[in-house]
Design a protein around this ligand. Structure first.
Ligand SMILES: N[C@@H](CCC(=O)N[C@@H](CS)C(=O)NCC(=O)O)C(=O)O
Length: 267
């Protein structure tokens, strides 16, 4: 088995954490991304001439011919297992959980398993889709205030939903870590990193690093517990630096081009 992806992706991070918790040896392979670099030099030169040049967006690691061939979604992470391919971090995480049952990342009883799935779905249908567009609003020079207001409302609604679906704790559902903690952990950590990248936290009060989730006591208690856990806490810290670097690259197409270039495979 191996995983196609790059560590700057929180979705890849989810799968790597599940592998770590289960002691699965899961090498990470950067997908062949030559196509993403094909016109990079020319693009950077064009931007040098005209920083406002409207060029089509540069592809990220996932949406490349190689990945599209093995995963029709053109996304990372993509798992290779016995010559077969699986996409979607939640599906991959669940597959690994079933393949190596110890320690289990799903509860024993049907009701609790359903609640864990509900948390995973609420996270990925409600909060996760908001945090990437939020990262695009980091730079005040290119920020769309209307979009930011829209995202603020949506994120507030998502946090309310999660707050009220969370179980008694201390983990997301019960006294044991489950797939809900893995999925929510990476989404919330990405969200925290976006907000703390700007001095005014994009005007959102939901995540004060000194006192996270001031109006969501269950989320606050869950996040404190997860952050202090040796395995989860270390995984979150590991990815924080990667995201910071990436966010810094989102401000202009040129900065993003340079970020991508720094990751180009050496000939
Ligand atoms: N729902 C998917 C999302 C995966 C995803 O969006 N991955 C991004 C990287 S973080 C990607 O491959 N995007 C394609 C691209 O930007 O080229 C999952 O959970 O695996």
């Amino acid at each position: 088995m191996k995983l196609f992806g790059v560590t700057a992706s929180p979705f890849v991070g989810r799968v790597q954490l599940v592998a770590e918790l289960k002691g699965i040896d899961l090498p990470l392979e950067m997908p062949p991304i030559e196509s993403a670099f094909a016109n990079l030099e020319q693009r950077l030169a064009a931007l040098e001439q005209d920083p406002a040049a409207a060029l089509p967006p540069i592809q990220f690691m996932g949406d490349t011919p190689y990945i599209r061939q093995i995963n029709p979604q053109g996304r990372i992470p993509t798992l290779e297992c016995d010559g077969r391919y699986l996409g979607e971090s939640a599906a991959i995480a669940q597959f690994l959980d079933e393949r190596v049952p110890d320690p289990p990342l799903m509860p024993d009883d049907a009701w609790s398993r359903a609640k864990v799935r509900q948390l995973c779905l609420v996270c990925d249908l409600s909060l996760t889709p908001q945090v990437f567009p939020l990262a695009q609003q980091i730079d005040p020079a290119t920020r769309d205030e209307g979009k930011l207001r829209e995202l603020t409302v949506e994120i507030e609604r998502s946090l309310f939903e999660l707050e009220h679906v969370l179980g008694p704790g201390p983990w997301a559902w019960s006294d044991r870590a489950t797939l809900a903690d893995v999925l929510m952990g990476f989404t919330v950590q990405f969200y925290q990193c976006v907000l703390t990248t700007t001095p005014e936290h994009l005007g959102m009060t939901a995540f004060d690093p000194a006192r996270p989730f001031p109006s969501h006591p269950r989320l606050a208690a869950w996040w404190a517990h997860l952050s202090q856990d040796p395995v989860f806490g270390t995984a979150m810290d590991r990815y924080r630096g990667q995201y910071r670097e990436w966010f810094g690259s989102l401000s202009t197409p040129r900065a993003f081009g340079n970020w991508l270039k720094a990751r180009a495979p050496r000939p």
